[in-house]
Design a protein around this ligand. Structure first.
Ligand SMILES: [Fe+2]
Ligand SMILES: [Fe+2]
Length: 140
């Protein structure tokens, strides 16, 4: 009887562990997204001349990103564990984005949306610059 009680408590513990890991994974995405949106808000505040708001939002964005780091480090499979791999995946992401925005620039031009086409072209160019800078880092 006692053995069955132990087994059920072990079972409960393993279910709770799984729930915690799932929560950590969701929290990681949330912290990353919060960090990004705070940076966007900081830039907008800066452009409006709200220097204090910009600086507080930027500090909080950095702090949210640090929360993400703390969470990633306790995950069984830390997706940001290795800097070379982080740079490599950033290169892949930015290369894909550069290609995709270039394609959308063409479509926007065909749709008669010249201003939007220019925006896509600018984004594509800057993504290519990111790729070049990151490749320099990898080359050491
Ligand atoms: Fe946070
Ligand atoms: Fe990018």
């Amino acid at each position: 009887m006692r053995r069955i009680a132990e087994m059920s408590s072990e079972h409960e513990q393993s279910i709770k562990k799984r729930i915690i890991i799932e929560h950590l994974k969701e929290l990681l995405e949330e912290e990353i997204s919060e960090a990004g949106s705070r940076i966007v808000k900081a830039i907008i505040a800066e452009q409006e001349g709200s220097i204090k708001a910009a600086s507080v939002l930027r500090e909080i964005a950095y702090n949210e990103a640090k929360h993400a780091v703390l969470i990633a480090k306790v995950l069984p499979d830390n997706p940001f564990a290795d800097t070379r791999a982080n740079i490599q995946s950033s290169i892949e992401g930015d290369s894909d984005a550069a290609q995709r925005e270039n394609d959308f620039a063409r479509i926007a031009n065909e749709a008669g949306m010249e201003d939007i086409a220019k925006l896509f072209e600018q984004l594509s160019l800057e993504e290519k610059e990111h790729v070049a800078r990151l490749k320099e880092v990898l080359a050491g």
